[in-house]
Write a protein that binds this ligand. Structure first.
Ligand SMILES: Cc1ncc(COP(=O)(O)O)c(C=O)c1O
Length: 384
C-alpha cells in the first residue's frame, strides 16, 4: 500500500456488464430464444428491426448494421470510392482502427494534431494539413475522419464547413460516441456518414463484435448495404462491386434491441457518474472539458496527470482499475510511422499519450464507488 490514508479496497470493475445484464436478463433470454426458434442467424428480422430503431434514435434516414466499428469505417470509405492517391485526414490521437481502414482501402493517412482540452481534431491544424497536402501535390485531399474521442463529438460545425469549402468527404468515427449529441443533433446525423461500434464495452454494446453505419444519403446507404454483403447487386450471386463479409449477426441484433430499451436511462446514469467525478476531482486534477452545446456519452472519463504512471500504479495497489487510451499516437506506431512526421511532429498528441488516464466508467458506478475512486486518487496523488 502507498503511504498516506489507506483506502478500503473494493471490487470496482472498470466496466460492469454484469449489472446491466441482470437488469435485462429476462428480456434478453426472450429475444435470444426467439432467434433460436426462427433460426435466421444471418439477416434475420431482428437486424431490420434494430436498424429502424437505430435510425429513429439517431434522427437520420438510414442505419445499416455491420460486423464491427472497423468494418463500418471501411465500408463507408469504400462506398465513397476513397482509394489510391487519396489523402484522408484523421487525428493521430485515436484507436488504431481509424488509421487502419484508410490504408486498407488503398488511401494514405495524414495524421493531424488534436485539441489538448477536448482530445478531438483541432480545426486550425486540420486546415493547415489539408493546405500542405494540396501544395505538395502528390495526394488528392479527399476525406476527413473526425473521431469523437471518449464519447464527445468533434467540432462538426468547423469540420463540415472546412470540408464543404474544400470539397472533402466527412466520415464521423462515432465508435465511442453513439448516444451523444452536438448542437441539438445526435451522433449519426452530424456528418455525411457516421460509423459506430457495438463492441461490448462501448456505451451501446453487444455480446461480440458489431457496428453500424448512419447516413441520410440514399445512394451511399444502398452502397453500404451491398458492400457488407460481398458487393451484392439485385440478386445474391449478382456481384456489382468489390465487397466485404461484414454483416451484423441476428443474435447481436437481438442483444442490441434489448439493450436499447434501457439505453436512454443508461445515458442519464453515465452523465451522473461523470458529473460526480468532476465535482469530486476538479480541485485535484485536470478533468475533461465539454465543448459548448455538446453532450458527451462519457464512453470514458479521462483525466490528465503529469506523473500518470506512478498514480496509476498507486491506484492499482488500492484496487482501482484504470486504462490508458492511448499510450502511443498513431503517427508513432511502427505500422503507420512512414506516413507520419516522427517524434515531435504532433506534440499535443504525444503529450496526451504520456498523461491520460481513464477511470472506471459505466452507468452502474454508484455514489459510494465514485467516492472511493476519488478518495483513492487523492491519496495516490499525495503519495506519488
Ligand atoms: C475510435 C474508434 N474507432 C474505431 C473502433 C473500432 O470498433 P470495433 O472494435 O467495433 O471494430 C473503435 C473501437 O474500439 C474506436 O474506439
Amino acid at each position: 500500500m502507498p503511504k498516506g490514508h489507506p483506502t478500503k479496497i473494493m471490487n470496482i470493475p472498470f466496466v460492469d456488464l454484469a449489472q446491466q445484464q441482470q437488469r435485462i436478463r429476462t428480456d434478453l433470454d426472450r429475444r435470444i430464444g426467439r432467434v433460436l426458434d426462427h433460426g435466421a442467424y444471418i439477416n434475420g428480422p431482428e437486424v431490420a428491426e434494430l436498424e429502424g430503431k437505430l435510425a429513429a434514435f439517431a434522427g437520420c434516414r438510414h442505419a445499416i448494421g455491420v460486423s464491427s466499428g472497423t468494418d463500418a469505417l471501411l465500408a463507408a470509405l469504400m462506398a465513397k470510392g476513397i482509394g489510391r492517391g487519396d489523402a484522408v485526414f484523421l487525428p493521430s490521437f485515436t484507436f488504431t482502427a481509424t488509421a487502419e481502414v484508410v490504408l486498407q482501402c488503398g488511401a494514405t493517412p495524414v495524421f493531424v494534431e488534436v485539441d489538448a482540452a477536448t482530445f478531438n481534431l483541432e480545426p486550425n491544424h486540420l486546415r493547415e494539413a489539408i493546405a500542405h497536402t494540396a501544395k505538395m501535390g502528390q495526394l488528392r485531399p479527399a476525406a476527413i475522419i473526425a473521431v469523437d474521442l471518449f464519447g464527445q463529438p468533434a467540432d462538426y460545425q468547423a469540420i463540415n464547413d472546412l470540408a464543404s469549402e474544400q470539397g472533402l468527404f466527412v466520415l464521423a468515427d462515432g465508435a465511442q460516441s453513439f448516444g451523444a449529441s452536438y448542437h441539438n443533433r445526435k451522433v449519426g446525423g452530424l456528418a455525411e456518414v457516421t460509423a459506430t461500434s457495438f463492441y461490448p464495452a462501448k456505451p451501446l454494446g453487444c455480446y461480440g463484435d458489431g457496428g453500424a453505419i448512419f447516413t441520410d444519403d440514399d445512394e451511399l446507404a444502398a452502397a453500404c448495404v451491398s458492400l457488407r454483403d460481398h458487393g451484392q447487386g439485385e440478386g445474391r450471386y449478382d456481384i456489382v462491386r468489390l465487397g466485404l463479409n461484414a454483416r451484423l449477426d441476428t443474435m447481436q441484433a437481438a442483444v442490441l434491441l434489448s439493450k436499447l430499451t434501457i439505453f436512454e436511462d443508461e445515458i442519464r446514469l453515465r452523465r451522473l457518474v461523470a458529473q460526480r467525478y468532476t465535482e469530486g476531482l476538479s480541485d485535484l486534477v485536470e478533468t475533461p472539458v465539454q465543448m459548448h452545446d455538446t453532450n458527451s456519452i462519457w464512453a470514458q472519463y479521462t483525466i490528465k496527470l503529469p506523473n500518470r504512471d506512478a498514480v496509476a500504479e498507486s491506484l492499482r495497489q488500492q484496487g482501482i482499475p484504470t486504462q490508458i487510451y492511448y499510450p502511443l499516437p498513431m503517427h508513432l506506431q511502427p505500422a503507420y510511422a512512414q506516413h507520419g512526421g516522427g517524434m515531435g511532429s504532433l506534440p499535443v498528441s504525444e503529450q496526451l499519450s504520456r498523461e491520460v488516464l481513464a477511470l472506471p466508467m459505466h452507468p452502474y458506478l454508484d455514489e459510494a464507488a465514485t467516492d472511493t475512486i476519488c478518495g483513492a486518487l487523492r491519496n495516490a496523488i499525495r503519495t506519488s
